[in-house]
Design a protein around this ligand. Structure first.
Ligand code: ZN
Length: 491
């Protein structure tokens, strides 16, 4: 016994020593010194940029699922406005219309051996929910600049990126340089419904042998106070995005009058299946983007958090519990399960002949709809419940490595616009047009160079969508730094 205790004691001592050493020596993954050179032409005229964004918002380029409604006229008007507003860009880059209203611009670089840089944004916006117009501080399509903020549908998602990219490239063109690496701009026209425009552009580039080396689309952003103990803003770079699949569970029974019910009704069996799914989430992934996020943030954390997060080899299960404690962080580590729709009989005194539930899953990278279906069958464990896929599913994206020159250049461009911010990889929950490059391009990033509050994030697809004028100046600085570092200065 004594020998056992001594043995146990020395193992604990060794573990404590490893934890201590790793906690103290864990090295920061942030850029050391700020990158040399400002990589911008001069100060950004934020008032002019904000005015341009406000003008872009006034085009009602609304995407809906109603095939009879077309935003084509508005898209054409927006595109004519782009030609008027960014004349130098349009005189220098070639412009192609693809899939009806999507745009592909090419600024040919001098070195054909370097694969292109591709900057993406979408021209379309979601509709305003009927009846919510009056809740807007400024009418959604008026394009108002008020007290340092640009208001309107699309001001953030995604015309901030569209205008930010156009402004930045216009500035670089105006400075008289020619890029070494080819720069391409891809502006889809139906991201909010089908994304066929972005898919057509990706197919075109693959056919031409012009797939880029770095793709940047919308996604995560610069956040404040996201992790306790970290005071700096954190620029979250989306290195992956989740997939999407809805399943329908159905149970049938004889139906009939409710006065003499069976022991278990179809409604009861579906209810039990739904509860079982909620009680048994899909497994957490300890090696996915959540781990990388923590590896980037751990060195910046104060003690004792750093001791825990810098030693995931030991504290993995503890961290898994911590992440599971909040919906926002739990979604980073696993495929999520969300029961959304339930249906039974249409009358309170009639048994349901058929009861159904729909459960929406957001797939973590590495998992497939088949994996989810197997999980559902095992957990529900009721052969009388049928399980079918409904709607169009979407596979999760591949994960872009952070250990590449492309991720580093993203860090450098962030440092140009947000010198105080930390950079960390992240997983984006929503789908973006950039999924068309998953598996075709190794470095696909989803990042909006905007520093956003929770209220501002809620504006996308919601009420009072807006972006600050200061954010737009940062966005232009970021895109310009990226173009200059990765394409103009490419060697
Ligand atoms: Zn968007």
């Amino acid at each position: 016994m004594r020998r056992f205790l001594v043995g146990l004691g020395s193992i604990l001592l060794i573990l404590a020593a490893i934890v201590g050493v790793r906690t103290v020596t864990v090295t920061s993954r942030q850029l050391g010194a700020p990158p040399a050179g400002t990589h911008r032409t001069g100060p950004v005229d934020s008032v002019a940029v904000a005015q341009h964004l406000a003008e872009a918002v006034r085009f009602r380029t609304i995407s809906t699922n109603d095939a009879t409604v077309t935003a084509h006229t508005e898209l054409v008007a927006l595109q004519q406005w782009m030609q008027r507003t960014y004349p130098k860009l349009h005189a220098t880059l070639t412009r192609e219309v693809i899939d009806g209203s999507s745009l592909l611009y090419t600024w040919k670089g001098t070195d054909p051996t370097l694969k292109p840089l591709l900057l993406m944004a979408h021209q379309d916006v979601v509709p305003v929910d009927p009846g919510t117009d009056s809740a807007w501080t400024h009418p959604p399509f008026e394009g108002t600049v008020d007290k340092g903020t640009v208001w309107g549908r699309g001001a953030f998602d995604d015309k901030s990126a569209l205008v930010g990219i156009l402004e930045a490239v216009e500035r670089v063109v105006a400075s008289g340089v020619t890029p070494t690496r080819t720069v391409m701009l891809a502006f889809g026209h139906n991201e909010e419904v089908l994304g066929s425009g972005a898919a057509a552009i990706a197919d075109t580039l693959e056919r031409r042998g012009q797939l880029p080396a770095l793709v940047l689309d919308e996604g995560a952003a610069v956040t404040q106070k996201m992790f306790p103990g970290i005071d700096q803003p954190i620029a979250l770079i989306g290195v992956a995005e989740k997939g999407y699949q809805t399943f329908e569970l159905a149970a049938v029974s004889g139906g009939g009058h409710s006065s003499m019910p069976p022991r278990h009704s179809s409604v009861g069996r579906i209810a039990r299946a739904v509860v079982a799914l909620e009680d048994h989430p899909m497994p957490a992934h300890r090696n996915g983007p959540a781990r990388e996020l923590l590896e980037y943030l751990a060195p910046e954390m104060p003690l004792p958090s750093r001791a825990v997060f810098a030693n995931l080899w030991l504290f993995g299960p503890v961290v898994e519990r911590i992440l599971a404690g909040k919906n926002t962080t739990d979604a980073l580590q696993r495929t999520t399960t969300a029961p959304t729709m339930l249906q039974g009989s249409a009358k309170d005194n009639v048994l349901a002949a058929r009861a159904t539930a729909r459960v929406n899953f957001r797939l973590a990278p590495g998992e497939t709809a088949d994996d989810v279906e197997r999980h559902i069958r095992t957990v529900v464990a009721d052969d009388s419940v049928t399980i079918t896929r409904v709607g169009v599913g979407r596979a999760p994206s591949a994960v872009s490595s952070t250990n590449t020159p492309e991720f580093r250049v993203m860090q450098e461009a962030v440092a140009g616009a947000y010198p105080d911010a930390l950079v960390a990889p992240f997983m984006v929950m929503a789908g973006t047009d950039s999924r068309n490059y998953s598996g075709r391009v190794a470095a696909v990033f989803r990042f909006m160079p905007l520093s956003l509050t929770a209220a501002e994030i809620a504006g996308a697809h919601g009420t009072n969508e807006r972006v600050t004028v200061a954010n737009m100046a940062h966005a232009v600085t970021f895109y310009e730094a990226l173009v200059r570092r990765y394409a103009v200065d490419a060697k």
